[in-house]
Design a protein around this ligand. Structure first.
Ligand SMILES: [Zn+2]
Ligand SMILES: [Zn+2]
Length: 212
């Protein structure tokens, strides 16, 4: 005895059934229950989005992670996205058999300023590299150091041309130290107390005097 869908009256001879409903009506029901809009926090400066893994470039992986978090009762696969919309493949395991449907959601971007941009805009720095020496070598150093820094998510807060060389203000002293060590560049290091952090620990800025 074929089943009949109570909504559209299709029979199980013509279409696959999911529980009591035909596949098409079950899909409509599932889509109705899903939100039409998802809010995502996006940095107004660098354009990255907030995911549960932190601030990340907006791409298929990061967006999928955000969507999965929002639609946490279902298994989500991001099919495509762009122009403030995302097309999702939604698998619902809450029926007698798991069952998938496609859902088009609107993305509403809420503007934030991410931590890294906040520090950058505030001129934050932890390390000062004082380069002195030959012009060409200093220029090469600056170019390489800048690339190294940015590839690792940190930044040059300021670069000043001074008498006899350049002063580079950089966001991370750990990264500055790592760079100098990797390249076996000798530097005279000094420390300046810059204040206390939230837990009351003393914070130092490092100055590296580098002769090239
Ligand atoms: Zn139906
Ligand atoms: Zn940012």
């Amino acid at each position: 005895m074929p089943k009949r869908c109570p909504i559209c009256n299709r029979s199980s001879d013509e279409i696959r059934f999911v529980g009591e409903l035909c596949e098409k009506c079950a899909g409509d029901k599932l889509r109705e229950r899903l939100p039409v809009q998802v809010e995502i926090e996006r940095c107004r400066v660098c354009g990255k989005i907030r995911t549960k893994e932190g601030i990340r470039e907006e791409d298929k992986d990061s967006l999928q992670s955000v969507m999965q978090q929002r639609f946490n009762r279902y298994k989500i696969r991001l099919i495509s996205f762009g122009e403030g919309r995302a097309l999702l493949d939604v698998v619902d395991h809450g029926w007698d058999q798991s069952f998938a449907t496609e859902k088009d959601v609107q993305i509403k971007y809420n503007k934030i300023t991410c931590e890294s941009c906040y520090r950058r805009l505030g001129g934050y720095y932890e390390a000062l590299l004082q380069l002195r020496g030959e012009q060409e070598r200093m220029e090469r150093f600056i170019e390489r150091f800048k690339r190294y820094t940015e590839d690792r998510g940190e930044f040059i807060a300021d670069l000043k041309e001074v008498e006899g060389g350049y002063d580079i203000y950089m966001s991370s002293k750990a990264l500055a130290a790592a760079y100098l060590k990797e390249r076996e560049i000798k530097a005279k290091t000094s420390y300046t107390l810059s204040g206390l952090d939230r837990s009351g620990k003393k914070v130092y800025k490092n100055t590296y005097a580098i002769r090239l």
